[in-house]
Design a protein around this ligand. Structure first.
Ligand SMILES: [Zn+2]
Ligand SMILES: [Zn+2]
Ligand SMILES: [Zn+2]
Length: 165
């Protein structure tokens, strides 16, 4: 099944997105028999503060607001855990993390990233992934496990370019 993440309207009840993400995380963790510790949960909520990617240092700053300071290794470990559980994706191009809205299905992620405003959209298309993997193999390359990141311009930024000033 091809699933493309729905376009997220700028005005929506985002608290629902966060609740859904936490509930999905709890389910994934109980199935894998690993624990969603308070810190891991907090990091997940911070990543889900919006639909834009967030960097590790920004996450640390957020945590520092509501509890005693945690060091970078602790936060990186929590992020690694969330990544391995498929709950967040790491975007190398931005050195940032974004929540996955369908962690229940194992998938190779593909992202469109706006080079101007850094908005991202996740595409989850097994067909696309298969085509890339096969093409790479025929050329003597192997796919690494990271997400495929495609540089784009979002509609908003493209409009801005077309009408300067
Ligand atoms: Zn939302
Ligand atoms: Zn995903
Ligand atoms: Zn943009």
């Amino acid at each position: 099944m091809v699933k493309t993440t729905e376009r997220v309207s700028r005005r929506h009840d985002h608290s629902r997105c966060i609740r859904r993400a936490v509930a999905a995380a709890e389910e994934v963790c109980s199935r894998k028999e690993v624990s969603l510790t308070p810190l891991r949960k907090r990091v997940l909520e911070i990543v889900w503060r919006g639909h834009e990617p967030i960097g590790a240092y920004q996450i640390m700053a957020e945590i520092a607001k509501d509890r005693e300071k945690v060091g970078p290794p602790t936060v990186y470990r929590a992020l690694e855990f969330l990544q391995e559980a498929g709950l967040v994706h790491r975007l190398d191009a931005l050195n940032a993390f974004v929540g996955c809205d369908h962690p229940d299905v194992h998938h190779a992620a593909q992202f469109l990233i706006c080079s101007k405003c850094h908005r991202v959209a996740e595409i989850e298309d097994p067909g696309l992934n298969r085509a890339l993997t096969e093409r790479a193999r025929s050329l003597g390359f192997r796919f690494e496990s990271g997400a495929v990141e495609i540089k784009t311009l979002c509609d908003g930024c493209a409009v801005g370019l077309a009408q300067p000033g």
